[in-house]
Design a protein around this ligand. Structure first.
Ligand code: DQA
Length: 149
């Protein structure tokens, strides 16, 4: 059974209490359960992680690139949080690892503040998804499964 890595960046551990009008009422544990169901429906295993630390996220992306090269992983769904808008290092990690990656945002970042309109992730992502709420995670997993299948 191949794996999908769902990687969440800074402040996403606060889902459920953080700006619920923007991000909804569901917690990160709820999102993990939703992702597990989506993966199971495609015969995939889930590796679900969250970190507030850029270097930890870079390590996870490099690890995912090695796993994809070894044939044990089909790709990554990444919600990089605010690092989306700041991190050249995440851009380089995605590019350098060669991993297939879907950029995901719970909110429609393009309908929000101007500083959220630029993404360092988009140029190295296979696809970009924003604005579907937490249901976007399940849609992104289906999209990744479709790309791999
Ligand atoms: C986010 C959007 C980012 O701008 C923000 O910094 C986040 C969450 C989203 O899921 O909508 O932390 O990635």
């Amino acid at each position: 059974m191949k794996t999908v890595l769902v990687l969440n960046g800074p402040n996403l551990n606060l889902l459920g209490t953080r700006e619920p009008a923007v991000y909804g009422a569901q917690t990160l544990a709820d999102v993990e359960a939703l992702c597990a169901t989506a993966c199971a429906s495609h015969g995939l295993a889930l590796d679900f992680r969250q970190s507030n630390h850029e270097g930890v996220m870079i390590d996870a992306i490099q690890e995912a690139g090695r796993a994809q090269a070894a044939g044990t992983l089909i790709g990554v769904v990444l919600n990089a949080g605010a690092y989306t808008h700041t991190s050249v290092a995440l851009h380089d990690a995605i590019k350098g690892s060669g991993v297939t990656l879907i950029e995901l945002h719970i909110s429609n970042v393009h309908a929000r503040e101007a500083f959220r309109h630029h993404s360092f992730i988009s140029p190295v992502a296979k696809a970009v998804m924003a604005g579907f709420g937490v249901k976007g995670y399940a849609l992104a997993i289906s999209g990744l499964a479709g790309l791999a299948g």
